[in-house]
Design a protein around this ligand. Structure first.
Ligand SMILES: NC(=O)C1=CN([C@@H]2O[C@H](COP(=O)(O)OP(=O)(O)OC[C@H]3O[C@@H](n4cnc5c(N)ncnc54)[C@H](OP(=O)(O)O)[C@@H]3O)[C@@H](O)[C@H]2O)C=CC1
Ligand SMILES: CC1=C(/C=C/C(C)=C/C=C/C(C)=C/C=O)C(C)(C)CCC1
Length: 294
C-alpha cells in the first residue's frame, strides 16, 4: 500500500508536535508526515523528538494558517500536492472578561481557530474532491460543544468550526471524503501556559469589580489546579487522534476524554439549554447545591 501523506499544522509544540512524531514513528511506516509550523525558528523541539525519522518519515515545513500564500507555497511543495490526511491543529486560547478584550484580539482568535481551517480547506479540498479520497481531521475542543465561563470568544471560534464542519460533512460524503472532529478537554501544553500568562497580565480596569474579582479569584486561581487534575497529556490526545486517522470508518466526532462526556451529553439532552448553564453556574458559585433539575 502507498504511504499516505499527512499534513499537520501547528507542530512547534503540544498536540501537533506529539501527533507528528507519533505518526512518523509508526513501525509499519504507513505515513509520510509534513509537520508544519508558522515560525521555523521553533523547529528544534520537533526535530529532536523526531530523531532518526527526520528527513525520512517526517519533513518540517513552514505554514501560517493566517497567510494564504504560505499555505499555497507549502501545499505546492508536497509531491503532486497530494495530501491524504489534513490535520488542522493550529489554534490559540483566549480567556478573560470581554470588557477587557479588544475586537482586534478577538479577530485574531477567530482568524486562527476558524478562518485558519477555512483557508486550509480552500487550498486542499478541491484536490481531495477530484481524487475522491481524503480525510480532514480537526483538533477542535469540548468547548466547540459547550461554552465555559470566561472563554466566550474562544468557545465561539470552536463553535464556528463545528457548524462549518457539520455543513461540509454532507458534501464531503458525496465525494467519499472523511471528516473528523477531535474534541479534547483540558490538555497541558503551551496553550495552558500562554492563556494563563496572558490572563494574569490582563488589564481588568474596564470590568466591573465583581467580574474582575470573579476572573482573578475564581477562574485564574483554580485554572492551574483544574488543568493539572482534569487534564490529558498531548501524547494521550495524539494517541487517540492516530486511532481516528487509521480507522476504516472514522467517526465525525470523537471525544478524547470520557470525563467530559456528561457535560456534552447534557447539552443535547436538554432542548431548552438551561441545564448546562445551571450546572456551570452552581459549579462556580454554589458548590454546595450541585444537582440536576429533575
Ligand atoms: N490545550 C488544551 O487544553 C486544548 C487544546 N485544544 C486545541 O488543540 C490545538 C493545539 O493546541 P495545543 O497543542 O494545546 O497548544 P500549543 O500552544 O502547544 O500549540 C498550538 C500550536 O498552534 C500554532 N499556531 C498558532 N497560531 C498559528 C498560525 N497562525 N499558523 C500556524 N500555527 C499556529 C502554535 O505555533 P506558535 O508556537 O508559533 O505559537 C503551536 O504550534 C488548538 O487548536 C487548541 O485549540 C483543544 C482542547 C483543549
Ligand atoms: C478553570 C475553571 C473552570 C474550568 C475550566 C475548564 C474546564 C477549561 C477547559 C478548557 C479547555 C477544554 C480548553 C481548550 O479547548 C470552571 C469549572 C469553569 C470553574 C472556574 C475555574
Amino acid at each position: 500500500m502507498a504511504k499516505r501523506n499527512v499534513l499537520i499544522t501547528g507542530c512547534s509544540s503540544g498536540i501537533g508536535l506529539a501527533l507528528a512524531v507519533k505518526m512518523a514513528r509508526d513501525e509499519q511506516k504507513r505515513s509520510k508526515v509534513y509537520a508544519t509550523m508558522r515560525d521555523l525558528a521553533k523547529r528544534a523541539a520537533l526535530e529532536e523528538a523526531a530523531g532518526g525519522r527526520l528527513g525520512t518519515a517526517l519533513e518540517v515545513k513552514q505554514l501560517d494558517v493566517c497567510d494564504e500564500q504560505s499555505i499555497k507555497t507549502c501545499v505546492n511543495s508536497v509531491p503532486d500536492r497530494r495530501i491524504d490526511v489534513l490535520v488542522s491543529n493550529a489554534g490559540k486560547g483566549f480567556i478573560g472578561p470581554i470588557e477587557c478584550q479588544t475586537i482586534d484580539e478577538m479577530k485574531t482568535v477567530m482568524d486562527t481557530n476558524f478562518f485558519g481551517l477555512v483557508r486550509l480547506l480552500k487550498e486542499i479540498l478541491p484536490d481531495m474532491k477530484k481524487r475522491k479520497s481524503g480525510h480532514i481531521v480537526i483538533i477542535n475542543s469540548v468547548m466547540g460543544i459547550q461554552g465555559i465561563l470566561f472563554n466566550d470568544v474562544y468557545a465561539a471560534s470552536k463553535f464556528a468550526v463545528e457548524g462549518f464542519c457539520e455543513s461540509l460533512a454532507i458534501q464531503a460524503l458525496k465525494f467519499k471524503l472523511q471528516l473528523s472532529l477531535i474534541e479534547p478537554g483540558p490538555v497541558v501544553t503551551e496553550f495552558e501556559r500562554k492563556a494563563l500568562e496572558d490572563g494574569m497580565k490582563m488589564d481588568l480596569s474596564a470590568a466591573d469589580k465583581e467580574i474582575a474579582e470573579m476572573f482573578t479569584n475564581i477562574y485564574l486561581k483554580n485554572y492551574k489546579r483544574i488543568f493539572q487534575s482534569l487534564r490529558q497529556s498531548a501524547e494521550d490526545v495524539a494517541e487517540h487522534t492516530v486511532k481516528v486517522i487509521l480507522a476504516e470508518n472514522p467517526p465525525f466526532r470523537y471525544q478524547t476524554d470520557t470525563l467530559y462526556t456528561p457535560m456534552t451529553t447534557l447539552k443535547y439532552a436538554d432542548p431548552n439549554g438551561d441545564q448546562p448553564i445551571d450546572i456551570f453556574y452552581k459549579m462556580v458559585f454554589h458548590h454546595d447545591s450541585l444537582q440536576c433539575k429533575s
